[in-house]
Write a protein that binds this ligand. Structure first.
Ligand code: M6R
Length: 612
């Protein structure tokens, strides 16, 4: 969702801000803007639409200013137009904001009765006006008055947010604060860059500081510091090295980030497993924090896995792994439901949250709920040092590298890889060793290469789906969550109706709409449910449905009941879901391309869903 960039230093700020916004486009947005301090006045440009329009509209502006803030907005309060785009001006300040101010309406009413005029429909302008209102009434130097005003406003607003602001009274500094939405800063040789995520910083430095919650940032050319609200003292923030480089966020010759990320999957799985697989029957998977890992799982009797979207489908798949291999009760829930239910926890429960971005608001809230209940927690995140990763008890990171395409692909297969290794390892710890399955994981990158070698076929079949009335994805066992994931990928990329179902559920409803205009993607590798899935296929065929099957290489029986057949390499039960995910990603891709959709940035979607 929204993205923030700020720069203060010796260089011209505008190109750095615009480059940062372009790198944050993947998060999803509908308008963009920047503000520069032009010595006694602000230069502000805001546009509805793509960052490119902002770039085009501002070619003659900001040619010398060395300080500025910028923003991409994903509309929450107020339509996506120029007036609602950030930055928002209030008197002497301009402000950009990520997150939501929940009590903005009450504050706005109060400020209006105090004579404040509003120009937009946003909660952000309320925050800006509130700070300005207090700034005018605060004492001390301009900097002290501003910091006091920010602190006073923070005590009045409810919600989670990250803000950056400029003040005409304190011309060479950027102020900001994160309260539940991340801000990252990096000190460069010639200045300081601040952003809502590391993608905007990585071209300049891999040395970054994650700003602590609730402490006010003051950034100048030579250094940035934060102010502890209790002691009122400034201090520096620990610097961390990020193992990502700028070339990892380029397309490297691919027509889209998503296609690049699909083709990276063999390497991603290999990286995630690298140096960690056990070598003998007695040994376990080699996690980074082995002692803490053993301690966490020592007495566990129940595991809860919580996530949203694609990450939720990874969790659903893992439920089969934990039950079958580790003989451990596993419950899976959607974060937005879990957080508002009243979950009852058994003793010896561990809660795992799964998130590519590590910033999903509902997943973060679910993690907080588990921690408040006193339960041990772990996370499986892809973005290093993300909020969820930092706040969870133990981390099992995926090593997929930056995922830019909004539709998650390589992060999903990396999550499945970590989850299967974890379930196998827990099985081992609980006295149910499954060494063969570890060996199956080891050959996964080669099998993934084989699957990808047929990419052209999947893309072509995908194209043929564009005229169908609805696409139905069905499977049993671990193929059921993969069917759900296939349908999600298809919907988000093509904007066409698609549904995922457990094959056994067909007779309980969806069979009613089967006709030749419906395509049914059936996931039927040779597993213990194979025969039952074939019966379901016969039922679909009898009603004229068009069947595309994903089955095991050389399966002639299933070909007879299918109109089209996609072969998957023969593989073990535990690795089938990872292999089956790839053709589904490419089917959706092929169809979306034929329809001329925006593959990397499907409409209305955000990469990082930081509001609930
Ligand atoms: O970053 P997260 O894994 O927490 O994100 C969860 C969902 O928003 C995400 O998986 C979403 O469904 C993707 N667009 C799916 O491709």
């Amino acid at each position: 969702m929204c993205g923030i960039v700020g720069y203060v230093g010796q260089k011209t700020a505008k190109p750095i801000l615009l480059d940062g916004l372009s790198r944050l486009e993947y998060r999803g947005y509908d308008s963009a803007g920047f503000a520069l301090n032009s010595g006694g006045k602000f230069t502000v440009q805001r546009n509805a639409g793509p960052v490119q329009e902002l770039i085009d509209a501002s070619t003659h502006m900001g040619l010398s200013e060395k300080i500025g803030i910028a923003h991409t907005r994903w509309a929450t309060h107020g339509v996506p137009n120029e007036l609602n785009a950030h930055p928002h001006r209030a008197g002497q300040i301009v402000l950009v904001h990520n997150g939501i101010i929940e009590n903005y309406s009450q504050i706005k009413t109060r400020l209006i009765s105090a004579g404040v005029e509003f120009h937009s429909q946003t909660d952000t302008e309320v925050f800006a006006q509130l700070i300005e209102y207090h700034r005018k009434r605060s004492e001390g130097t301009p900097e002290e008055a501003l910091i006091h005003a920010i602190e006073t406003a923070m005590a009045e607003v409810e919600g989670h947010y990250a803000i950056l602001l400029l003040s005409l009274d304190v011309p060479g500094k950027i102020f900001g604060v994160q309260f539940g939405a991340p801000l990252v800063a990096s000190q460069l040789k010639d200045g300081c860059v601040i952003a809502s995520d590391i993608q905007a910083i990585i071209p300049y430095s891999n040395q970054v500081s994650f700003l602590p919650k609730g402490e006010i940032l003051v950034a100048a050319e030579g250094k940035f510091e934060v102010r502890d609200p209790k002691t009122k003292k400034f201090h520096s923030v620990k610097t961390e090295t990020i193992d990502w480089s700028a070339d990892k966020v380029e397309k490297n010759g691919y027509e889209s980030f998503m296609l690049k990320e699909i083709f990276q999957q063999p390497m991603v799985v290999a990286d995630t497993l690298s140096g960690r697989l056990p070598t003998t029957e007695e040994s376990n998977f080699i996690w980074d924090n082995l002692e803490a890992h053993r301690e966490l799982w020592k007495n566990v009797q129940h595991v809860y896995l919580i996530a949203c979207g694609t990450s939720y489908h990874a969790a659903m798949t893992a439920e089969y792994f934990f039950e079958k291999w580790a003989k451990l009760e596993c419950r899976v829930d959607i974060a937005s439901e879990f957080r508002y239910r009243n979950p009852v926890f058994q003793p010896n429960t561990v809660v795992g949250v799964i998130s590519q971005s590590g910033e999903t608001a509902d997943t973060l809230a679910a993690l907080h709920l588990a921690k408040e209940a006193g339960l041990p927690t772990f996370s499986i995140c892809n973005v290093p040092n993300s909020t969820i990763a930092r706040e969870s008890g133990l981390q099992y990171p995926t090593k997929a590298g930056p995922e830019i395409g909004v539709a998650s692909t390589k992060a999903f297969t990396a999550q499945l890889t970590v989850l299967s290794a974890l379930a196998l390892d827990v099985a081992h710890l609980r006295g149910h060793p499954q060494l063969t399955s570890f060996r199956d994981l080891a050959r996964l990158p080669f099998d993934l290469d084989k699957v990808l070698s047929q990419s052209e076929t999947y893309l072509k079949i995908g194209e043929t789906l564009k005229d169908k009335r609805i696409i139905l994805f069905v499977g049993r066992g671990t193929m059921y969550p993969i069917a759900l994931e296939g349908a999600l990928k298809f919907k988000e990329l093509t904007y066409l109706p698609a549904e995922g179902f457990a094959a056994g559920e067909l007779k309980h409803g969806p069979i009613a709409y089967i006709d030749p205009q419906v395509s049914i993607i059936t996931l039927a590798p040779k597993d213990e449910w194979y025969a039952k899935t074939i019966s379901n296929m016969e039922e679909i065929r009898a009603r004229g449905g068009h069947i595309i099957t994903l089955g095991t290489d050389g399966d002639t029986e299933i070909k007879k009941v299918s109109h089209e057949f996609i072969s998957l390499p023969e593989s073990a039960w535990g690795t089938q879901p990872i292999l089956a995910a790839i053709p589904l990603q490419l089917l959706a891709y092929g169809c979306a391309k034929a329809l001329g959709r925006n593959i990397d940035k499907p409409r209305n979607l955000a990469k990082s869903v930081t509001v609930e």
